[in-house]
Write a protein that binds this ligand. Sequence first.
Ligand code: NAP
Length: 259
Amino acid sequence: MDLGLQGKWAVVCGASKGLGFACAQALANEGVNLVINSRTAQTLDKAAQFLSDSTGVQVIPVAADIATPNGQEAVLAAAKQVDILITNAGGPPPGDFREFDRSHWIKAVEQNMITPIELIKAVVDGMIARKFGRIVNITSTSVKAPVDGLCLSNGARAGLTGFIAGVSREVASHNVTINNLLPGKFDTDRLRNNTAKKANLNGRTVDEELAYQAQNIPAGRIGVPAEFGHACAFLCSAHAGYITGQNLVIDGGAYRGVL
Ligand code: NAP
């Protein structure tokens, strides 16, 4: 299927690896030019080179912390036009809520709620004027069903989800859509790092622990980032203009809610 995105420009945050990279790669395969971002210049430049070499699209890397106003400004300044915005950054650290003080909460809310809101604010009016815009926020299944030990993520992402539910309806008549993608367990560095402690406690390697956890996923396996990227590209496509304000769970069936 031709997704109708040839020649468009996307800003993809948190894109040097993991789910953000998978989204950038799926868009690049559809002929979308990219501004990609992450904090570490070396890995980001490598990712940019790989994407431009393998797809032929223009890729501009901007190394910056997207959770800061300066970082947001630098990323947006690199894009001539933003047709597609993928918001993403690392998730907050795990831990018991008693361990976290005001500064931890402010940081989590800044990274996982205020940053996407600021980015959307900066690009949405241009999208409205051009009558095309696709915004996808990478959040988490913790929005549907809180994850034990991830109280910062459970809380901050709920705030973003509420905001998106409202604003997505305000801009829908201009062919601007805003959706959230909710990953379950995907094989990325973050999942592996978060799993290491549990694996150690259970006397297993990380691979053994992931295989054990996969038994509770109806699909019987951990997700592959490319699968996530393809879903993201479809939501950004010309064909997805009637899908907005949604929270799409991609988790191999792990979330057991009826709706
Ligand atoms: P990952 O493999 O650790 O990749 C994170 C990417 O974001 C890297 O490119 C990282 O590069 C960049 N990044 C992190 N903080 C940033 C910041 N402040 N500014 C700019 N770039 C930043 O993580 P992932 O697994 O793809 O996760 C992506 C998101 O999905 C996270 O919010 C995570 O909580 C959520 N999620 C993931 C899973 C999963 O199973 N993988 C499940 C549920 C939710 P630098 O470190 O160089 O900046």
